[in-house]
Design a protein around this ligand. Structure first.
Ligand SMILES: [Cu+2]
Length: 166
C-alpha cells in the first residue's frame, strides 16, 4: 500500500462515517397547532423516478389547515399526490389544492393514499438514513422535518407510478 492509496482509503472511511445509519425510531415535529409524526420514506430502487414521502399530521387546533407544498435537497421537485384505487390498482394524480387537515383531525399520508412525491431524486438515501425536507402549510407556515428511510409498513399497497415518469 503506497501513500496515495492510504489517503484514498481514509477519505473513503470519512465518507462512510458521514452517512452512518441512524435510528428509525419515531420522531415528531411541531408547527403551530400541527404535530407531524414520524415522516418516513422507503428506499428508492436505482432507476426509480420518484421517492414517496409519508407522515401523520395531527391538528389539535380549532381551525383547519392545509398542506400546500414543500421542498427537499434530495429531489428536484416536491409534489403532493392523491391516490385512489381504480380496478384494484392504486393510481395517483397531483393534488393541486393540497391536502386538507381539518380541525381536530389526524390525517395520515401513506402508501395507497395521499402522499408526498419527490420527483427526480438527486440522492437515494439508504434504509436507516434521514433526509431533510421543508413542509409548507397554508396557515401554520413552513416547518423543517427529517424523513427517515425505512422498510415500507407491511400494510402498504403497491403503487402504480407509471403516471409520472419525468
Ligand atoms: Cu405519487
Amino acid at each position: 500500500m503506497n501513500f496515495r492509496s492510504i489517503k484514498i482509503s481514509i477519505a473513503a472511511m470519512l465518507a462512510g462515517a458521514a452517512s452512518l445509519p441512524t435510528s428509525a425510531a419515531a420522531h415528531d415535529f411541531k408547527v403551530g397547532t400541527l404535530e407531524l409524526q414520524h415522516p418516513w420514506s422507503a428506499k428508492a430502487p436505482p432507476v426509480a423516478p420518484v421517492l414517496g414521502g409519508y407522515v401523520t399530521i395531527v391538528n389539535s387546533g380549532s381551525e383547519a389547515d392545509r398542506l400546500i407544498g414543500g421542498s427537499t435537497p434530495v429531489a428536484e421537485r416536491f409534489e403532493i399526490h392523491q391516490s385512489s384505487i381504480i380496478d384494484g390498482v392504486a393510481r395517483m394524480r397531483p393534488a393541486k389544492e393540497g391536502i386538507d387537515i381539518p380541525a381536530g383531525a389526524t390525517v395520515s399520508l401513506q402508501p395507497g393514499g395521499a402522499h408526498i412525491m419527490l420527483i427526480n431524486p438527486r440522492q437515494r438515501p439508504d434504509e436507516g438514513e434521514k433526509f431533510k425536507a421543508t413542509l409548507e402549510f397554508e396557515k401554520a407556515g413552513a416547518v423543517e422535518v427529517e424523513f427517515v428511510v425505512q422498510k415500507p409498513k407491511p400494510a402498504s399497497q403497491p403503487e402504480d407510478h407509471s403516471g409520472h415518469q419525468p
